[in-house]
Design a protein around this ligand. Structure first.
Ligand code: BG6
Length: 469
C-alpha cells in the first residue's frame, strides 16, 4: 500500500526520541521508497531554530543513529522535505502546516508524532484542533507510551483525546509490536496447522516473557525516576507481547478483529497479586546523576500472572525485565509439559524432558524448538537438541526497524499493531493492586540476573534464559 501525500509533524522534533528513533526511521523509510512520494516533514518544538538549524539537528541524528550510510544524494532529498517551526501555540502550528501543505498542493494527510510526556499529550492534541488541523478524514496522531500512569489518568487521557479525535485517528505506539520477531509469533501460530492444537493448557506448562537488558538507566534518570520498570516495560511492552502470544485466532488480520482478540487476553488477565511480584533495584542506581539518594524506584520486575480463559487457565505466565542485568535478550519461551512416560535414558546434561518453543524478538529475530534428540552412538540415549530458524543473512536488510514499520503503518492508516483505548485501560486495571501495594525493591548486583527472590518465582525449573541460554 502506497501512502498518500502527507505532511508529517514531529512535535518535540528536537528531543531525544525524535533524534534516536523517529528521524532515522523516516530517513530509512524514504530510502526504502516507503515514504509518500509527496511528503513534507515539519519539526515543531520550542527551540530557537530556523529550517537550516533544524536540518543540522537532523543531520547529526542521522550521523549518530542511522543504520545505513547516509549518501549525499539521499541526504539532499531528505533535507529538501524538512522544515522547522518554533511552535508555541496553535497559530504557529497553523502557519507551519499551511506552508507545507501549500508546497504539496491539494489536501494532503497530516500525521503528527507526539514525542511529549503523557501529561502533555491531550493539550498538544487540543492545540492541533485549535489550529484547525484535526480533521477526521485527514489527520492521524501517533502517541508514545506510557498512556497514563494508572487507570484514572489513562481514562482521563483517552477522554481528552476523544474530545478531539476519533479512535480511528489515534495511533498509540508500542514499538515492541513493530518487531519482526513478534509478527513471527503470529505467523507461526496462525499460518501453520501444527502449533495451535498444542498451544493451550492441556499441553503448555508455562510461558516466560523475558527481557533482561544490560544497559543501565544512564542519562535517563529524569524519565526513569518518574516511570520505573513496571511502567516503562511491563504494563507496556511485555503485556502487549503477551496479548499476541496468548490470543485466540482472529477472524482476519484486519485491525479490529486482531485488537478484539488481544483485548480478550487483557480482559481475562487476572489482577496482578503483589505477592507474585519481585521488584529489584541495581546496586549503584541511587548514585546515578539525577536519582534521589533514597529512591525506591524499581529497575527490575519479575512477576507471575495468569490468564483466566478456557485456553490458558492454570498456566503460569512469568514476566521478567530489568536494567543492568547479565545479558540483553528479548525472548518468549513456551514450555511444554513432559511426555507421559520416559522411555529413553537421558544424557547427563539433560535437565528434564520438556520441550520449549522460543521466540527471539530482538533483530535479527529467530525461533527455536528445543527437544530431546538421539545422541549419536550405539545407545538409545537422548540429549538436548534444537531446531533453529533465523532470518537469512541475505534477507536482513529487508527487515524494517520497529519504528519504521509502525510509522509506515500509520502513514497508510493501518492500526493493527497499535494499542486501543480499551486495551490500555484494562492493562492499568490489571496492574492496579501492584500500583497500590508495590513491593519494596530488593538490591541486585549489576551484571546479575536480578534479586535472588526472583529465582524462586518460577519454581525448580527456573528462568529459561538464566538456566539454559
Ligand atoms: C523503551 C524503554 O520503550 O524500550 C527502554 O523506554 C528500553 O527503557 C527500550 O530500553 C527497549 O527497546 P529495544 O527495542 O531497544 O529492545
Amino acid at each position: 500500500q502506497t501512502p498518500e501525500a502527507t505532511v508529517i509533524g514531529l512535535v518535540g522534533g528536537t528531543g531525544d526520541l525524535a533524534r534516536r528513533m523517529v528521524i532515522p526511521g523516516c530517513f530509512h523509510l524514504m530510502v526504502a521508497g516507503l515514504l509518500p512520494e509527496q511528503c513534507r516533514i515539519v519539526g515543531l518544538a520550542l527551540d530557537d531554530l530556523d529550517d537550516d538549524g533544524f536540518k543540522e539537528v537532523v543531520r547529526h541524528s542521522l550521523d549518530e543513529h542511522a543504520r545505513i550510510a547516509v549518501e549525499d544524494e539521499a541526504w539532499e532529498r531528505f533535507a529538501a522535505i524538512i522544515s522547522f517551526a518554533r511552535a508555541q501555540d496553535a497559530s504557529d502550528y497553523k502557519t507551519a502546516f499551511e506552508q507545507a501543505e501549500h508546497a504539496l498542493g491539494g489536501a494532503p494527510r497530516r500525521l503528527f508524532h507526539l514525542a511529549v510526556p503523557p501529561s502533555a499529550a491531550a493539550s498538544v492534541v487540543r492545540t492541533i484542533q485549535d489550529a484547525g488541523l484535526a480533521d477526521k478524514d485527514r489527520t492521524r496522531v501517533i502517541l508514545e507510551k506510557p498512556f497514563g500512569t494508572d487507570l484514572e489518568s489513562a481514562r482521563a487521557l483517552n477522554a481528552g483525546l476523544h474530545e478531539v479525535l476519533d479512535e480511528g485517528q489515534i495511533f498509540r505506539i508500542d514499538h515492541f509490536l513493530g518487531k519482526e520477531g513478534l509478527q513471527n509469533i503470529l505467523a507461526l501460530r496462525f499460518a501453520n496447522a501444527f502449533i495451535e492444537p498444542v498451544f493451550n493448557r492441556d499441553h503448555v506448562d508455562s510461558i516466560q516473557i523475558d527481557v533482561p537488558e544490560q544497559l543501565t538507566i544512564v542519562g535517563r534518570a529524569g524519565f526513569y525516576e518518574q516511570t520505573g520498570c513496571l511502567k516503562d516495560m511491563v504494563t507496556t511492552h511485555l503485556l502487549q507481547v503477551l496479548g499476541f502470544v496468548a490470543m485466540e485466532p482472529p477472524v482476519s488480520l484486519a485491525p479490529e478483529p486482531l485488537r478484539d482478540r488481544t483485548g480478550d487476553v487483557f480482559a481475562s488477565l487476572q489482577p496482578i497479586d503483589p505477592a507474585d511480584v519481585v521488584y529489584g533495584q541495581y546496586d549503584g542506581y541511587r548514585d546515578e546523576p539525577g536519582v534521589a539518594p533514597d529512591s525506591s524506584v524499581e529497575t527490575f520486575v519479575a512477576a507471575r500472572v495468569e490468564i483466566d480463559s478456557w485456553r490458558w487457565a492454570g498456566v503460569p505466565i512469568f514476566l521478567r525485565t530489568g536494567k543492568g542485568m547479565a545479558v540483553s535478550r528479548e525472548t518468549v519461551t513456551v514450555v511444554f509439559k513432559e511426555p507421559p512416560m520416559q522411555l529413553f535414558e537421558h544424557a547427563p546434561e539433560v535437565h528434564d524432558a520438556r520441550n520449549a518453543l522460543r521466540f527471539e524478538l530482538h533483530d535479527p529475530p529467530g525461533i527455536a524448538l528445543e527437544f530431546l534428540g538421539k545422541q549419536p552412538g550405539p545407545h538409545l540415549t537422548v540429549e538436548e537438541s534444537e531446531l533453529d530458524f533465523g532470518v537469512r543473512a541475505a534477507d536482513r536488510d529487508k527487515l524494517l526497524a520497529p519504528y519504521e514499520r509502525l510509522f509506515h503503518d500509520a502513514l497508510v492508516g493501518d492500526q493493527t499493531l497499535f494499542t486501543r483505548a480499551d486495551g490500555v485501560e484494562r492493562v492499568w486495571e490489571v496492574a492496579a493492586p501492584l500500583l497500590a501495594h508495590p513491593p519494596a525493591p530488593k538490591p541486585y548486583a549489576q551484571g546479575s540476573w536480578g534479586p535472588d527472590e526472583a529465582q524462586q518465582l518460577t519454581g525448580p525449573r527456573g528462568w529459561e534464559l538464566s538456566a539454559r541460554h
